[in-house]
Design a protein around this ligand. Structure first.
Ligand code: TRP
Length: 354
């Protein structure tokens, strides 16, 4: 069986390092592993509109930002197809048919949808489009016959819902769709990187993000003012590493060679943490180390961004070609779905009147 990846992001702003350690970094590794036959990376504008329908300009401008973020991280348009969701009308078509296979109470049980309804204050006035986005997400995945969906762990309920739809569809209309598997980061810290203020979630509205597009100075300033342990006042005080952003970020970013290079007094992160717990290790020293480690990983991303920002025509061309390729694939699946559902009325190989 072909190994196919589909994943994507809502274009509601620039991507930050939470997106990066949670999924983007892994996508690039998967892309370059050579283990996948096809890779689709979708900019989910239609889904973004389900809770931003009154702010289309935000979505429109974010599409280019997200595309730049992808390319900067090393998504290679020769290996991965980058495309825009709304340019593939088959996805909407599929969604309409999948809606028959899902009950209202099933969508209501989806924990991610539940918490999003709360966050957005929808209460009882939930837009139908927003409510049904998990069904549309099943279309995104199945239209490409994706076998693997690398995403953040908040997306697990969506993949589960998709698996149920696939099961129900195949059972009702015959084996047609492929059941996907979720792939989440194996590093627990990477699955949910906190904001620089210690808040559990990195989010634009909380102003606690480090963006992939931030310049070197901005990143350094954000790191130097990061939340640590509020009780670690003097250098000699014992400190706590749990819930201390600087250490959490080190968990997500540090590599074996980094100590030798930037902080040779310590062998590894465990030794550094032990010293901090005992007391005698100052925040500034740890922050400077984190800065060196992160800048090293972010520098090539920044360089690639500078290249693409100067080649915007190429970026637009990549998107347009990506949409064409993706559309082709989705049309093939749609034809199979129409056939399975017996709505391919003018199929010369299967005429209505025999
Ligand atoms: N829901 C995802 C997010 O909020 C975006 C998304 C839309 C997606 N369709 C998808 C992710 C299909 C994976 C597969 O980031």
């Amino acid at each position: 069986m072909k190994q196919i990846i589909l994943t994507g992001d809502r274009p509601t702003g620039r991507l930050h390092i939470g997106h990066y350690v949670g999924s983007l970094r892994q996508r690039v590794i998967l892309q370059n592993s050579g283990e996948y036959d096809e890779i689709y990376i979708m900019i989910a504008d239609a889904q973004a509109l389900t809770d931003n329908f009154d702010n289309p300009e935000k979505i429109r401008s974010s599409i280019v930002q997200v595309a730049l973020d992808y390319l900067s991280c090393g998504i290679d348009p020769n290996k991965s197809v980058i495309f825009i969701q709304s340019m593939i009308p088959e996805l909407t078509e599929l969604t309409f048919y999948y809606m028959n296979l899902v009950t209202v109470s099933r969508v209501q049980r989806n924990p991610t949808v539940k918490s999003e309804i709360q966050q957005r204050g929808f209460n009882t006035s939930i837009p139908v489009g927003f409510f049904t986005y998990p069904i549309s997400q099943a279309s995104d995945i199945t239209a490409f016959k994706a076998t693997v969906v690398p995403v953040g762990d908040d997306q697990a309920p969506m993949i589960e819902q998709c698996q149920e739809i696939v099961h129900k569809f195949n059972q009702t209309y015959g084996e047609t769709l492929i059941e996907p598997k979720i792939m989440v980061s194996t590093n627990a810290t990477c699955r949910r990187l906190p904001g620089t203020d210690g808040h559990a979630k990195m989010s634009k509205s909380l102003n606690n993000c480090i963006y992939l597009s931030d310049d070197e100075k901005t990143v350094r300033e954000k790191i130097m003012s990061m939340y640590t342990d509020p009780n670690h006042i003097r250098v000699c005080d014992p400190g706590c590493v749990e819930g201390n952003c600087v250490f959490t970020y080190l968990d997500a970013f540090v590599h074996d060679g980094d100590f030798e290079k930037y902080l040779p007094e310590y062998k590894n992160l465990d030794e550094l943490k032990d010293h901090y717990r005992k007391g005698g290790l100052g925040d500034v020293k740890v922050k400077k180390f984190l800065n060196s480690v992160m800048q090293e990983e972010l520098a090539p991303i920044r360089e690639r961004r500078a290249y693409w920002e100067n080649h915007m025509d190429e970026v637009m061309d990549i998107l347009q070609k990506g949409c064409e390729k993706a559309r082709q694939r989705a049309m093939e699946t749609m034809a199979e779905v129409r056939h399975a559902m017996k709505i391919d009325y003018f199929n010369p190989n299967d005429p209505i009147i025999k």
